[in-house]
Design a protein around this ligand. Structure first.
Ligand code: G6P
Length: 608
């Protein structure tokens, strides 16, 4: 998830507006930043690695002169290629006359790159974005809008773009397809941005672009057209939140923002990886090790904290969909157990940050035994992504709040897809696989439905705000969710909670149930639902309180959070977990705790 700002207005404001806008987007994370502005001598450009302040300092040192008030800028969160100056945006056409910033992923960039290379065009970065700049340059015949429209007709994937050209110094073009872009309408100035937080300091008037729309700015005028170049009448809307809330996109906490953006985050995790017609999946990051995957006879899924719980779900997925035995392993314990791993073991290291010291130590151990080690990591360019043989990125964008939410959903889903990949190699049935993949594709919508009922979930959360101890019960695919739900409420609300298999309850734990003790029981429609209902009855018989997560109201429970039945036992837990994330959030909020930075915790634990 990167950030875009582009400006057309007063000469003296261009640099300041671009840099301030980028700073407002810093909450999204960044690894490099860059700027390109039209000047009397052509284009002034500057790119730096690291924080936006590095860029600001560099631009201040340069003191560019002759700027005309039009420019584009970008903060990058690396996807294709490491965070270097060469990979930072803006990228330029071969002749350096046209400059582009981009958010999203161009899925067919290799194909376009090859065609351009055949024409002798040279590339200087590893990014997918550079092909866009080179292609616009190649198609340019004196009218920037025509060249951009011809270009977007060739692009597949997601793209929000801003483009300027030295030859048309009064013009600024923005394009939106499956990645957000809006136009701020200020006093004598227009600002394009990927996110309203970048414009809110200058204006609250905004035009939201839809997919397949292009905005053509000519100094202070703007026109919105379709990708077929037909005029579109757009209305100007008013942003109803203020600058203080801007860095969290209007949400009170990063955590809520990250919970709420899960449908979009999951879409990003899936993009380019689903082959529905073939009932299969594809991971570009595992292509290089595809031969080794054929000789695998054991799978180990490694992680700690939330990542361990997604590994536990992954273990169930692999064991259900492949004939290869899989085990989840907790990173800190890994070196101290006899692992019996060898070159035919596939170890998948799961880590949001890619920097967790225990996981790194366990990877080193596995590598010493010759195992194939791949990563499932969110942060691009992190240590784990560099030390593994190959890997898959989550592409969910930066997760800022310390407690992990969207990364867990993405990790679990992508582990299911890893299991499908191996399963299909071993003859996993076409129609079973297709049904599962269809449920994968529909998951963002189902998650969106749970998010819509957050007000009701808030009321249920309110009923447990004074509890000091909780049980979370789940079975089969919902057992790891019970563990994760309990972890979330510990991290966020400082409530002691235990995640249990429903089957464990009678073996000791039930001794703690007394009148008023709350148990959160996951009882959605699956093969273990009857067993869960029996557990609920056991708790009620001891006058305990039960909050159920179910597909319909459970009459034995004191309260039920009803979630949609998505018709897939394997994916239903990820929908159920959204309700548990929201419960933890609202309890912590009622307790007035520091939600984004809970006491004693760190987002990335880089010491053992
Ligand atoms: C810390 C974080 C957790 C996270 C765990 C593993 O404990 O607070 O949220 O689940 O580390 O982190 P990783 O980056 O490896 O997923």
């Amino acid at each position: 998830m990167c950030g875009i700002v582009a400006y057309s207005g007063k000469k003296e404001s261009v640099i300041n507006s671009l840099v301030t806008g980028l700073k407002r987007l810093e909450y999204r994370g960044y690894d490099s930043a860059g700027i390109a502005a039209i000047s009397s001598s052509g284009i002034y450009d500057k790119k730096t690695v690291g924080k936006v302040t590095n860029l600001e300092r560099a631009v201040l040192e340069d003191q560019p002169v002759g700027l005309n008030g039009i420019g584009i800028a970008h903060t990058r969160w690396a996807t294709h290629g490491e965070p270097t100056v060469a990979n930072a945006h803006p990228h330029a056409s071969a002749d350096g006359r046209i400059w582009v910033v981009h958010n999203g992923i161009i899925e067919n960039y290799l194909e376009i790159k090859k065609n351009l290379q055949k024409k002798g065009i040279k590339f200087t970065s590893q990014t997918d974005t550079e092909v866009v700049a080179k292609l616009i340059g190649d198609l340019y015949k004196g009218d920037l809008r025509s060249a951009v429209l011809e270009t977007v007709a060739q692009l597949k994937g997601a793209f929000a773009l801003c483009i300027i050209s030295k030859d048309e110094p009064e013009r600024l073009i923005g394009v939106k397809y499956a990645s957000p872009l809006l136009v701020g309408i200020g006093k004598d100035e227009l600002i394009i941005a990927s996110d309203a937080s970048a414009i809110i300091e200058r204006t609250k008037k905004v035009v939201y672009l839809e997919d397949g729309e292009l905005v053509d700015i000519n100094k202070s005028d703007y026109e919105v057209v379709s990708f077929q170049d037909e005029a579109i009448d757009k209305s100007v809307e008013k942003i109803d939140w203020d600058v203080d809330a801007a860095s969290k996109q209007g949400y009170e906490h990063y955590l809520l923002k990250e919970i709420m953006e899960q449908p979009e985050a999951i879409e990003n995790s899936l993009r380019g990886r689903i082959l529905l017609d073939e009932a299969d999946v594809r991971f570009g990051g595992l292509m290089d090790v595809s031969a080794r995957l054929k000789d695998i006879n054991r799978v180990v899924l490694l992680g700690v904290g939330t990542s361990y719980y997604s590994a536990k779900l992954g273990e169930l997925y692999f064991n259900a969909l492949t004939s290869i035995p899989a085990t989840a392993a907790m990173s800190p314990e890994y070196r101290y157990t006899k692992n019996n791993i060898d070159k035919n073991t596939w170890l998948i290291a799961v880590s949001q940050s890619g920097e967790t010291a225990d996981t790194i130590a366990a990877i080193e151990e596995a590598k010493r035994h010759g195992a194939l080690v791949t990563g499932l990591v969110n942060v691009v360019g992190s240590s784990i992504s560099r030390m593994t043989d190959a890997g898959v990125y989550n592409h969910t964008g930066p997760e800022i709040s310390v407690a992990s939410t969207k990364a867990f959903t993405s990790q679990s889903l992508l582990l299911l897809m890893h299991a499908i990949l191996l399963g299909r190699q071993q003859g996993l049935d076409f129609s079973a696989s297709k049904k599962l993949i269809r449920a994968v594709v529909d998951l963002p919508k189902s998650i969106g439905e749970v998010l819509k009922s957050r007000d009701l979930i808030e009321k249920v959360a309110s009923s447990i705000r004074k509890d000091n101890d909780l049980f979370y019960l789940g079975r089969q695919y919902n057992y790891p969710i019970a563990l994760e739900g309990a972890l979330k409420i510990k991290e966020l609300a400082y409530i002691h909670a235990e995640g249990l298999s429903g089957g464990e309850l009678k073996h000791g734990f039930i001794a703690l149930i007394e009148p008023g003790f709350t148990t959160i029981a996951i009882a959605t429609d699956d093969v273990v639902k009857d067993k869960m209902i029996a557990n609920i009855a056991e708790v009620k018989a001891r006058k305990g309180r039960v909050v159920a997560i179910a597909n319909e109201v459970i009459k034995q429970a004191d309260a039920t959070v009803v979630v949609p039945n998505i018709g897939s036992d394997m994916l239903q837990p990820l929908v159920n977990n959204i309700a548990l994330q929201l419960i933890a959030y609202y309890v912590a909020k009622e307790r007035k705790l520091d939600i984004d930075q809970p006491r004693n915790l760190a987002k990335s634990v880089t010491v053992e």
